[in-house]
Ligand binder design. Structure first.
Ligand code: TXA
Ligand code: MG
Length: 329
């Protein structure tokens, strides 16, 4: 039996009612639990328990100082973590929660230092996933959770991805099916008295945020260390990723060591081809699984990706593809 198979056999996977009680009990005891969300699977621990959160960093191999998002059962739990009276917090929460938006605000000292990387702010989010919200409600606290992959790798969008990446290093994997959005949340920072700033594009568009706030936002993570842990290279498979224009694809499609990922309607004729939906939303949902599938094919060294052409999620898809294609090391 391979190392991987042996590791996978040790993994505990639960779903439904059984998962709710088991996950809440493990979280209370300082355990590490992989939870489904609508974006990607998270690797969760009690956000007020520094030892538990440190186990998450160890399991992922994530450097300390990269802050984690705290997941809440509903918007009323914000006041447990922040005394901010910024009206933009409730406006955004009302419009987009539960959903793929993380709001960064000043915290009240309750998050464990390892959650915030000793910053004065914390990222908060109510995920749009029934099973995980039931776990959060039963647990009663906040769950600090980065994506449930090894540091720098592709985020998991199924329980099987989590098992393959983290194996026996988690106490429990809650299987909530494949993630519906498929890319990590939009992150917006609210610094009182300053315009809102988008630190990471995701499932909630910049336009939608501006409409709710009635004011322009700063679109991008510029400024002094505004987005700790946002490295240029990220979300990376083993193979080299290149982003192709529909126009220059001919040079790549006949190369046996290349897998092409493309929108379905392009009718690309590559030998090794993974077709994704044409709209950015469907493309985003299936992209990470496609990158994993491509990476697992034998004898390949390159994944050539043709992005979708339209849709609200296009900026998020392009952001993740650029990070996957960025030089490593
Ligand atoms: O959709 C998501 O956001 C997923 C699911 C599991 O909720 N989580 C996720 O977590 O993508 P992670 O750790 O892979 O990415 C969180 C990012 C980090 O790169 C960090 O830069 C940023 O959130 N972040 C968290 N707290 C922050 C803070 N207080 N200030 C600035 N950036 C923060
Ligand atoms: Mg991540």
């Amino acid at each position: 039996m391979s190392e991987l198979r042996r590791a996978e056999r040790r993994v505990r996977i639960e779903t439904g009612e059984a998962a709710i009680a088991a996950a809440a009990a493990l979280l209370r005891a300082g355990g590490v639990v992989a939870i489904p969300t609508e974006t990607v699977y998270g690797l969760g621990a009690d956000a007020s328990n520094d030892d538990a959160v440190r186990r998450v960093f160890r399991a992922k191999g994530r450097p300390a100082g990269h802050p984690l998002i705290v997941h809440l059962a509903d918007a009323s739990a914000v006041s447990m973590w922040s005394h901010s009276s910024d009206p933009r917090v409730s406006a955004l929460a009302e419009a987009f929660w539960p959903g793929p938006l993380t709001i960064i605000v000043a915290h009240n000292g309750r998050p464990a230092p390892s959650v915030t990387g000793e910053r004065s702010t914390v990222g908060l989010r109510v995920p749009d996933h029934e099973l995980t919200r039931a776990i959060l409600a039963e647990f009663g606290g906040g769950v600090a959770a980065p994506s449930a992959n090894r540091f720098g790798r592709i985020s998991p969008t199924t329980a099987a991805h989590v098992a393959a990446d983290l194996g026996g290093d988690v106490d429990l994997i809650v299987d909530g099916g494949p993630c519906g959005v498929g890319l990590e949340s939009t992150i917006v920072e609210l610094d009182e008295g300053a315009p809102a700033q988008i630190l990471r594009p995701g499932g909630v568009s910049v336009d939608a945020i501006e409409t709710v706030l009635g004011a322009p936002v700063i679109d991008g993570p510029g400024g002094p260390a505004r987005a700790p842990g946002m490295l240029a290279s990220h979300y990376a498979p083993d193979a080299t990723v290149i982003i192709l224009d529909a126009a220059d694809r001919d040079a790549w499609i006949d190369r046996p060591a290349t897998v092409v990922i493309a929108p379905r309607s392009l009718r690309c004729a590559a030998e090794r081809l993974i077709l994704l939906p044409d709209d950015a939303q469907g493309y985003a949902r299936d992209l990470y699984a496609a990158l994993r599938d491509a990476d697992a094919q034998s004898g390949i060294d390159t994944i050539a990706v043709i992005p979708p052409r339209r849709g609200d999620l296009l900026p998020a898809v392009l952001d993740r593809l650029r990070k996957a294609a960025a030089p490593r090391g």
